[in-house]
Design a protein around this ligand. Structure first.
Ligand SMILES: C[S@@+](CC[C@H](N)C(=O)[O-])C[C@H]1O[C@@H](n2cnc3c(N)ncnc32)[C@H](O)[C@@H]1O
Length: 342
């Protein structure tokens, strides 16, 4: 794709580029979203509200009104940047996947000079606008543009832990996985997100933190109370009910479902449980998107592509699946599926 056809570049975090790519597809449905030679750089064509990048678990930022090309030299990069007069700006340069042979500080200095010469002023502590430059060593690419989103840095998802919440169990889902699942299931549609087996509430917390209506159900009253406690701690609201996911009433404004069923020795009959839960939901709400998170045995470390899945359910069409390594002998499989009838 030529730079004039690129509306924006999304820089992904390193955790799981394939899931983050799919997350971007569902969060920016008005745009075409394509991978580049670099697994952590996506190019987008089309106009969207880029501030949605702030809700994504897998985005460092969107770079707008910029471009992407093979790294040649600082001078070649400067030639491509249209310097304009901007007040209270900052320039940030960072690396992906190893080191291209140039200093990030040198790029920040030279790009800063370019904007200074165009009349810009700088505020490094509290900038109103940030211009980003990313050096991607995996494919020798450089991407640049005005940033929307946090950028790289230490405040990302790795700093968030489910075990910081007042009610924690080893089954608690990782917040960044929960957020990606919620974004994929719900995208930008209105309507309620349902977690029919909510456990400690990891999924509905992310749904509520991203300003969505959410409904949590669990069979176990301890989990119901724990989810309420965790929501209150996070300062967000969702409806939490005790119920059996295989036969409870589902409100018809449910448009997205994220489900992380029980696993391990105590989950006899798990297959039937998930199947019956899906049937119960689809029969009541019809059209909706599911993200299903299942345990798997040891998984590979290919975080770049979807994998094949044998998952099937008579009321669902599987769209994509991803493997997520947890440790040597445990992984997770994330399946995206859509309900095909009532
Ligand atoms: C793996 S845990 C979910 C963990 C959750 N994602 C979290 O972040 O804590 C599965 C949950 O399913 C619940 N469960 C099992 N059978 C159920 C049923 N028939 N209806 C509703 N919940 C059920 C269990 O009580 C358990 O809390």
């Amino acid at each position: 794709m030529k730079n004039q056809d690129v509306t924006a570049v999304i820089a992904l975090r390193g955790w799981h580029p394939a899931i983050s790519h799919t997350e971007a597809v569902y969060m920016f449905p008005e745009a075409s979203v394509k991978r580049t030679e670099a697994r952590r750089l996506l190019v987008l064509q089309g106009n969207c509200d880029w501030s949605r990048a702030n809700l994504m678990s897998g985005s460092e930022c969107v770079l707008e009104a910029g471009g992407i090309e093979k790294w040649q030299s600082i001078d070649a990069l400067l030639n491509n940047i249209q310097a304009i007069n901007v007040q209270n700006m900052a320039v940030e340069c960072w690396r992906h996947e190893g080191k291209l042979p140039v200093k990030t500080k040198e790029i920040e200095k030279r790009v800063g000079e370019l904007f200074h010469n165009a009349g810009s002023t700088f505020n490094l502590n509290n900038p109103e606008k940030r211009f980003g430059v990313i050096l991607d060593n995996s494919a020798g690419l450089v991407a640049w543009g005005w940033m929307t989103g946090q950028g790289p840095g230490k405040h990302g998802w790795s700093a968030m832990r489910a075990n910081k919440r007042p009610f924690f169990r080893p089954v608690s889902i990782e917040p960044r996985l929960a957020r990606a699942a919620v974004n994929i299931a719900s995208g930008i549609t209105n309507g309620c997100i349902l977690d029919p087996m909510c456990g400690t509430g990891g999924i509905v917390i992310e749904a509520a933190l991203s300003n969505r209506e959410a409904l949590a159900i669990d069979f176990d009253p301890v989990m119901v109370e724990g989810t309420k406690e965790n929501l209150a701690w996070a300062g967000v609201a969702a409806t939490v009910l005790r119920g059996d996911s295989t036969n409870c009433i589902i409100p018809n404004n449910v448009k997205a479902v994220v489900v992380d069923p029980p696993y391990g020795r105590n989950s006899m009959g798990q297959k039937g449980l998930l199947e019956d839960t899906i049937t119960n939901i689809v029969r009541q709400v019809g059209e909706c998107r599911f993200v299903i998170i299942l345990p798997t045995e040891a998984v590979g470390t290919n975080l770049d592509e979807p994998v094949k899945t044998e998952f099937s359910h008579p009321l669902l069409t599987a769209i994509q699946a991803f493997e997520i390594p947890v440790h040597k002998s445990l992984g997770r499989l994330m399946i995206i599926a859509e309900a095909i009838n009532k």
